[in-house]
Write a new protein. Structure first.
Ligand code: NAP
Length: 313
């Protein structure tokens, strides 16, 4: 397969990059000084794109690659791929579901505990020697709190299963009520937020789910409410969230994702009720290797005319 051109959009995994280089004719898009010229010169040999949560295949890229057959994503979220264009043109699309579910759900629990128990602040307190001057102030209990989950997909459900161990009443909002759980269903995000102490965003990002957490939802969650985002940054109206946190209208936030990554609103840096992570939901050695193997497996299946491992389109 070493004559098949594969375009990798940005650095995402050294292992994946090396394996793509070994098995295919790899083009590194980010390393091209003149990307338009590069596409004009090599479009005829590029049959696959490898993207992720940062860079995928938009309509412009798809239009410039007439030989494109498959977009293999190193992510479960497909918000950086124009799925409609891919369907129209018969381009196959794959992602990396399931293998990252545990890590992202684990991190959601970590964020909840870090915000409520001020784990990062406690760590700083010890490191700067403040403990010698007195005990750390009291924090907030997690066990038993009402947890609302936006999106009961694979990750949302895995968060719910973990939260059960903390004896928390669980409710959710999805496009439709799920037949396979006894968790309480609310028909709107505002209703869910009104009935939650902790609101976890675990949805897919689409134009319809952008800013699903708006001012009204933030007000419904309230000054003691905690917002956790392990979905995508644009799910939350970030400007509204920042002013609510600064003004004390929202109790706290644990955020792995942001609207304009890697930009993070600086007003958040001074707030001790906020925990900020650099989009590391699936960022463990084990999971990133499994994701890379899925990307490679999907490409090899496609170019050997075998069934795709994780087809989306
Ligand atoms: P999933 O099993 O496909 O679940 C997707 C969820 O999104 C479902 O609850 C679904 O709602 C909802 N949804 C809303 N609109 C949708 C649409 N137009 N198409 C498909 N689903 C839609 O995905 P997952 O594995 O749980 O992952 C969920 C999201 O988490 C990903 O899309 C990604 O954005 C994010 N994620 C973040 C990280 C991170 O590093 N922070 C890592 C992995 C994933 P219904 O219940 O109504 O069907």
């Amino acid at each position: 397969m070493d004559a098949i051109g594969v375009l990798m959009m940005c650095p995402m995994s050294n292992y994946l990059e090396q394996e793509l280089d070994n098995r295919f004719k790899l083009f590194r898009y980010w390393a091209q000084p003149k990307q338009r010229d590069f596409l004009a010169d090599h479009a005829a040999s590029i049959r696959a794109v490898v993207g992720n949560a940062t860079a995928g295949a938009d309509a412009e890229l798809i239009a410039s690659l007439p030989k494109l057959e498959i977009v293999s994503c190193f992510s479960v979220g497909l918000d950086k791929v124009d799925l409609i264009k891919c369907k129209e043109k018969g381009i196959r699309v794959t992602n990396t579901p399931d293998v990252l579910t545990d890590d992202v759900a684990d991190l959601a629990i970590g964020l909840i505990l870090a915000v409520l128990r001020r784990i990062c602040e406690c760590d700083k307190y010890v490191r700067r020697g403040a403990w010698k001057l007195g005990d750390f102030k009291l924090t907030t209990k997690f066990s038993g709190k009402r947890v609302g989950i936006i999106g009961l997909g694979r990750i949302g459900l895995a968060v719910a299963e973990r939260v059960e161990a903390f004896d928390c009443p669980i409710s959710y909002y999805s496009r439709s009520k799920k037949g396979n759980t006894n968790y309480t269903y609310y028909g709107s995000v505002v209703e869910l937020a009104s009935n939650s102490d902790i609101l976890v965003v675990a949805w897919s990002l689409t134009p319809e789910t952008t800013h699903i957490v708006n001012r009204q939802v933030i007000e419904a969650l309230g000054p003691k409410g905690i917002l956790i985002n392990i979905g995508r940054g644009p799910h939350i109206d970030e400007a509204e969230m920042v002013s609510a946190l600064v003004e004390g209208r929202l109790g706290g936030a644990g955020l792995d994702v942001f609207e304009k990554e890697p930009e993070v609103p600086e007003q958040l840096f001074g707030l001790e009720n906020v925990v900020l992570l650099p989009h590391v939901g699936s960022g463990t050695e084990e999971t990133r290797k499994a994701m890379a193997d899925l990307v490679l497996g999907n490409l090899e299946a496609h170019f050997s005319s075998k069934p795709l491992l994780t087809p989306v389109v």
